[in-house]
Design a binder for this molecule. Sequence first.
Ligand code: GUN
Ligand code: FE
Length: 432
Amino acid sequence: RGRLLSFHREPQGIDDSAAYAYESDGALLVENGVIKASGSYAAVKAAAPEEVPEIDHRPHLIVPGLIDTHLHFPQMQVMASYAADLLEWLNTYTFPEECRFVETAHAERIARHFFDEMIRHGTTTATAYCSVHKTSADAFFAESLKRGMCMVAGKVMMDRNAPQGLLDTPEMSYDETRAVIADWHGKGRNHVAITPRFAITSTPEQMEVAKSLVGEFPDLHVQTHLSENRDEIAYTSELYPEATDYTDVYARYGLLGPKSLFGHCIHLSEREADAMSETGSVAVFCPTSNLFLGSGLFPLRGLKRRQKPVRVSVASDIGGGTSYSMLKTLDEAYKILQLQGERLNPFDSFYMMTRGNAEALSLADRIGTLEPGTDADIAVLDMAATPAMALRAEVVNSLADELFLLQTMGDDRAVVETYVAGKPCKSTLGAT
Ligand code: GUN
Ligand code: FE
């Protein structure tokens, strides 16, 4: 029981109240991890079996579990590394750190911390890069299965321009990706993604392998990085001189499509944006990372409001990103739009981190809403979580105001509870 907010569709402006459902005294009925009923407390109570136990979250706000569509689980210890830009950051800190994930014990330890952090921040689904090592994917998916979470992740494919300890070969990347799919895809709520890191770290031979995998497993997600940084773009065109542009590298290997997620997409040309739009590919906005690495200002409105709109999602990009919190992530997204003379209203933000990201992953039939029949992944938020927030909350007088306060001042402290498939997980962290 509590106040409920979930979206039916993308809001068209701050006054578009038909885009969402809000219940000031609402409730969810959960059975076997699935939402059975959702609506006013009175109506849900009437539909519930007599003896069903009640959890009272009033006056807090109950929203769908938050969704993060791009991050790197082996980069938890890379966060907050001091570098000038992307390529320096990768070579100096990130690649050496990822080498450690060849060790099963290390991968398992970081995976435990990773899932704890997700729960602490109200994130119930993430789309993750593991490292090049199959051990890292095994550790990730085993932990996800144990916690019953809906996760999308892949063993990274990379066979050049990185330390020896971080390289596979085209054959290895084929065999190991297939092994990860066989071992984990569809186990519990796990989804395996085909994950070539980016064009710079894959030879054309490995890109051919990625193409074959997409051909063999057309239903799987595909994830990679695209157009993040000017030097990265220039180096990519040196490595793939036959391609028209960066996006065309991926297009040539059949990697564009409605299940494909491209991290960053900051500097796309009109031609590239057209290609993204025509194939239904998703551009992933990573605000804290883009600011931290000085990569640039993601043109959210420019991509969405063009004649051929590009699908977008939003993500933390840990450890290029600087916060696990999707609230903080949207706070920085707001500021990036401010710098471009654009607005991001709080309904847009909450749509993006719930249903919007679920739709970007083609998973909105299971997550991202509070609709009956979907999985009971839920976050409970408190706009008065800290003394400063409580003071500001005294003068909040609308739902928009509350959401904007949560986004601007909130972080993990504003997450009162996180439910995964109906089970309270934040309050029980560390209990087992
Ligand atoms: N491009 C290739 N690899 C990475 C990575 O790990 N992080 C970011 N932000 N960009 C990348
Ligand atoms: Fe990334």
